[in-house]
Design a protein around this ligand. Structure first.
Ligand SMILES: O=C(O)CCC(=O)C(=O)O
Length: 266
């Protein structure tokens, strides 16, 4: 199934910092689900459990595994995702940043805290996109995104999901985490079928509801960057850290670690 990206979707992505891409990975649901199972059976060094003792359910996440998980490699290389990313970002090039798996087992009432991904990353720029895609129908544990927050002047304070501590030593450099519901912000959220994807800018404030359903909520998120994305220094170890990356501020992401899915003119 070819995925259609309309001009309206591009405009919505640019304006709101998020858009629903129906059926992006509809043909890849079983492959992604197998990759998630492999990832959970063989977690990597960054795998985390995100619940405190006594909190119900299980909230597992892990990232930066696509190079060792053949199912993820196949989806990244063979699906339409690079073309869709290029259209939404308005970019000639598309590079892989990393993959992220986020699984909320049934009865995980914990909401994913509101955050922007950008401040955790060593990437700055206006041409970025994450594709968050469930392999289960999602009615309860939806992703929630604040429309227009990718254009905010100041970044939102990154925090640690489990301990709730500040991620970097200087909280003054950031704006405090807002409460979008209490503050009447426009929150986008969609009920989704397996293989649908929410595309969102690294700067878009987002979180997710708890999983009160009786079914699992397994999601795969692929993070890609475009033409203007550059390495930026952060006031501490980033997440993901990519130790030994050896890049300097202003560099494009090194292509031997962050390969191109699409090059200019291709
Ligand atoms: O799946 C979730 O609960 C949150 C997803 C998220 O924050 C992300 O993909 O950046």
């Amino acid at each position: 199934m070819a995925v259609t990206v309309t001009d309206e979707m591009v405009a919505a992505y640019q304006r709101d910092g998020a858009v629903l891409v129906k059926g992006l990975w509809f043909d890849w649901v079983d492959v992604i689900a197998a990759g998630i199972e492999r990832n959970m059976a063989e977690p990597g060094p960054y795998a985390a459990e995100n619940l405190k003792p006594g909190e119900g359910g299980r909230f597992f996440d892990d990232y930066c595994n696509w190079q060792r998980i053949p199912e993820f490699q196949e989806v990244i290389a063979k699906s339409d995702v690079a073309e869709v990313a290029a259209r939404l970002m308005g970019s000639d090039t598309v590079q892989v940043f990393h993959d992220h798996v986020l699984v909320k087992e049934p009865g995980t009432t914990k909401a994913t805290p509101w955050h922007q991904d950008g401040p955790y990353y060593f990437v700055g720029g206006r041409q970025t996109v994450s594709f968050w895609s469930p392999v289960d129908p999602v009615k309860e544990a939806t992703l929630r995104l604040v429309a227009g927050s990718h254009l905010w002047e100041k970044e939102v304070l990154p925090t640690r999901w489990l301990s709730e501590e500040n991620f970097y030593p200087d909280p003054e450099a950031y704006m405090p985490v807002p409460d979008p519901d209490a503050e009447g912000m426009r929150v986008l959220e969609w009920q989704m079928e397996p293989g649908d994807a929410v595309a969102f800018d690294f700067r878009t404030l987002h979180g997710a509801r708890g999983n009160t359903a009786t079914a699992r909520r397994r999601a795969f998120s692929l993070r890609l960057v475009g033409d203007d994305a550059r390495y930026v220094e952060r006031p501490g170890r980033t997440s993901p850290p990519f130790p030994g990356h050896d890049m300097q501020p202003g560099d494009r992401l090194r292509e031997d670690w962050f390969p191109y899915l699409k090059r200019a003119g291709a």
